[in-house]
Design a protein around this ligand. Structure first.
Ligand code: PAF
Length: 284
């Protein structure tokens, strides 16, 4: 496995892969890898000849009050995990390499509408940071395929739109959310939870499943009250709910019924830790 610590080294190794006409799949990450990331890498390996993984904690997608400084950085363990599953190239750029003139001075990419709701509303600027770094990484790696997790479903939809709008010749694939045995979606932020919070956390996925089942069997406008009950039950369990909403997958417009393919999206805080999850529901 080759570790490319900057863009020059990355491009050299990518050119070697391209010269061998190898199909390249790319998995961008912020490190602190868990089984969810490794599943995306395995998926990437199944559809390409070589896999490139980036590890970069992107300051542009964190607001000033968010957890950029305490975001877990575990490079040695990450490299060992990627080596053990046969990754070809790991790109580990520095902030200066990605943003030579600083984050504030950098061009930003904004995906309208999809990027303005849910986490876009709660975390202004977050998706501009995600899109900007993903676009740059895609330009640096120039993969045939890029793989993203469905745990960040809104991010996935936004990136698909950006790739389409900007005519990038890249197939965007997605991998299913990996969960702990009790249903909690795997996330680097789970380790911030105290033991008491960790015991409550699976209630998020449990509530999404219950709510999805009720929406599937409900007629039309009952949806609003089903969502209200779900929000109240999360609050009762100790969550501060940022949002729990039913949205149409194609547009992220809010919905109260299942007339089109939808997803329930939730973001809720337990103490200092913000958790997100979602469940997709096919049209009735
Ligand atoms: O999903 C993530 O880990 C990040 O948002 C990504 C796509 C690597 C961009 O920094």
């Amino acid at each position: 496995m080759i570790v490319a610590p900057d863009t020059t080294a990355l491009r050299r190794h990518i050119r070697e892969l391209e010269d061998g006409s190898r199909r390249i799949a790319f998995v961008p990450t912020m490190g602190n890898l868990h089984a969810g990331h490794l599943a995306l890498v395995t998926q990437a390996q199944a559809c390409a000849d070589a896999v490139v993984v980036s590890i970069f904690v992107n300051p542009m997608q964190f607001a000033a009050h968010e957890d950029l400084d305490k975001y877990p950085r575990t490079l040695d363990a990450d490299l060992a995990a990627l080596e053990s599953i046969g990754v070809d190239v790991v790109f580990t750029p520095t902030v200066t390499d990605v943003y030579p003139e600083g984050v504030e001075a950098h061009t930003a990419i904004h995906v309208p509408v999809l990027g303005d709701v849910l986490c876009g509303r709660e975390r202004p600027g977050h998706f501009d940071g995600v899109c900007t770094v993903v676009y740059k990484l895609l330009e640096m790696v120039k993969p045939d395929v890029a793989v993203f997790g469905e745990k960040d479903l809104q991010q996935l939809l936004i990136i698909k739109k950006m790739v389409n709008d900007l005519n990038l010749d890249i197939d965007v694939h997605s991998g299913p959310t990996q969960r702990a045995a009790d249903g909690l979606a795997l996330s680097s932020r789970n380790q911030y939870l105290t033991a008491d919070e960790r015991a409550i956390a699976p209630k998020l996925w449990e509530t999404l499943q219950t709510c999805a089942g009720q929406l599937r069997s409900a007629a039309g406008l009952e949806g609003g009250s089903i969502l209200d009950v779900a929000r109240a039950s999360l609050a009762q369990a100790g969550f501060a709910v940022d949002y729990l909403e039913l949205r149409v997958l194609s547009t992220l417009a809010e919905s109260e019924s299942l007339s089109e393919d939808c997803a329930l999206f939730v973001a809720a805080r337990l103490g200092q830790t913000r958790l997100i999850d979602n469940i997709q529901i096919a049209a009735a």
